[in-house]
Design a protein around this ligand. Structure first.
Ligand SMILES: N[C@@H](CCC[C@H](N)C(=O)O)C(=O)O
Length: 281
């Protein structure tokens, strides 16, 4: 099985090319691939499959609008609806492999279509869709409660504004959250304003633990920070936000209708996964 290793602001992925959908990926295989000591190591797996061969009727319904489907898996083997950094790295891979031309086109994800803008090299940007505000929520770290804003970016987020530097948080263990509010689990972000439209953020991802970046989380915190500037009701924010994560810097732009995420998407290595390792229990 061929693989490529890539990352977006150090949110890292094992990319598995599977154009015609022959690969039988299981939660166990994904967890082993993502294992940082006994596997390749990653925050998640991106299976690259033609939308019409995705093996998922909801995805295949998007085949007329997007040639490729992002089949995203978290490091623990769970599936997620969307991955903002993953989409960007996936697009970089498609262009690098000659499977898509540089330019602007749709990708299919479990959260629907996402439009990417990708050149021959450099940053990749993606239309992430409008953030969906879902009201207040709460998480706790080491027994200390943090109030946050629930935001859906296709996947669930709780964006908690804090006053102290994010470096002071201990995220070695998963934050506690209300499982009735988040029956499917949640990605929990902690952010602090550090300048005009400028935030720092750390994230504890559902299914992956603390990661060095999260694209959907970045948009969620910018949306939560912008909430005060949005008018009550159905208006969405406008403006550009810089979000510093442990692995670098991302830019989030709101135009009153949707959100765009822009940042680096880097391919690092490629190789073969040994069949004997893959089939060993
Ligand atoms: N790192 C990703 C988000 C990956 C999915 C997330 N862990 C979930 O379960 O929803 C990003 O860049 O958005």
């Amino acid at each position: 099985m061929r693989f490529i290793k890539g990352h977006g602001t150090e949110n890292d992925f094992v990319i598995l090319p599977d154009s015609d959908g022959g690969l039988e990926l299981t939660p166990g295989i994904v967890a082993r691939l993502c294992d940082r000591r006994a596997g390749i190591g990653a925050d998640g797996v991106l299976r690259v499959v033609r939308t019409k061969a995705a093996g998922d009727p909801a995805a295949e319904a998007l085949a007329g609008d997007a040639e490729w489907f992002l089949d995203y898996w978290n490091a623990d083997g769970g599936i997620a609806e969307m991955c903002g950094n993953g989409v960007r790295v996936f697009a970089r891979y498609l262009v690098d492999a000659g499977l898509a031309a540089p330019g602007e086109w749709n990708l299919a994800t479990r959260a629907g279509l996402r439009r990417v803008t990708v050149g021959v090299s450099g940053d990749v940007s993606v239309d992430m869709g409008p953030p969906v505000y879902q009201g207040a929520g709460e998480a706790a770290v080491g027994g200390r409660p943090y109030a946050g804003e629930r935001v859906s970016m296709g996947n669930p987020h709780l964006a908690c504004r804090i006053d102290e530097p994010v470096a002071t948080l201990d995220l070695t263990r998963a934050p506690d959250f209300d499982s009735e509010a988040f029956p499917e689990g949640v990605n929990v972000e902690f952010f602090r304003p550090v300048g005009d439209n400028h935030l720092e953020m750390r994230v504890y991802e559902r299914g992956s633990g603390e990661t060095r970046s999260c694209g959907t989380g970045t948009v969620a915190v910018a949306a939560a920070a912008a909430l005060g500037s949005a008018q009550a009701g159905d208006r969405l924010p406008q403006g550009e936000w810089t979000v510093d994560v442990l692995g670098g810097r991302l830019t989030v732009t709101f135009d009153g209708q949707t959100s765009h995420l822009k940042g680096p998407a880097v391919l690092v290595a490629e190789g073969e996964i040994r069949r004997d390792w893959l089939t060993a229990s």
